[in-house]
Ligand binder design. Sequence first.
Ligand code: SAM
Length: 228
Amino acid sequence: MNTDVDQYEPGVLRVLQSKDEIRAYYNKIAKVYDLLAERAEQPMREKGLAKLAPQPGERILEIGFGTGHCLVRIAEAVGPEGRVFGIDISDAMVEMAGKLLCEKGLADRAELARGDATQMPYVDGSLDGVFMSFTLELFDTPEIPRVLSECRRVLKPGGRLVVVALSKVGKQGFLIKAYEWTHKHFPNLMDCRPIYVQRAIEAAGFDVKEADIESMWVPVEIVLAVKP
Ligand SMILES: C[S@@+](CC[C@H](N)C(=O)[O-])C[C@H]1O[C@@H](n2cnc3c(N)ncnc32)[C@H](O)[C@@H]1O
């Protein structure tokens, strides 16, 4: 297989690690994940959460919740009548996020699952919102439409999808090129790579309502879309 770019999305690098490798990687780094990522990524997640605007009583899913900070924010927003669901491939992340929800007294309104978001255990049309930050760009190019199709399946008509992800749109400066080089040569070190976020969401049949390009140290797309 061509390990560089391919016919699915010209210019977008492939992700060739197996699910077992991805799971093992996140199990290994779970305890230090916040030290590695929290500072740079947190403002981007905040912007995504503001676009999602979870409301009291809603049922919201987060895919790839990591250490669980956004799950807490969503659980607070949906209140005691609402519910937050989370799916993550890493056992260690499920454990850490579960502990955090317990510490915050929010465990009774949360339901966490360990699994792969290409096949999700949620009923069709059962959710008001789906949130994903720094996770869609971890899926291999042919899997991205599958994950978005799963999001579409589980959302109610009118349900919201918010995705925060590294982007191929916007200024592709030296840092993003260094990032891609590292992804290509050391995929176990740099598991994600920039993708076309809005384009993928539109191709999956969502109506895009807002799409911002922000700058972290590389471009980040923050997209709000609705299931028709
Ligand atoms: C880069 S971290 C982002 C964590 C969190 N969303 C944040 O913004 O800090 C990606 C997360 O996605 C999870 N993940 C990776 N592949 C996945 C898959 N196929 N299905 C579900 N979760 C996955 C990882 O275990 C990890 O917790």
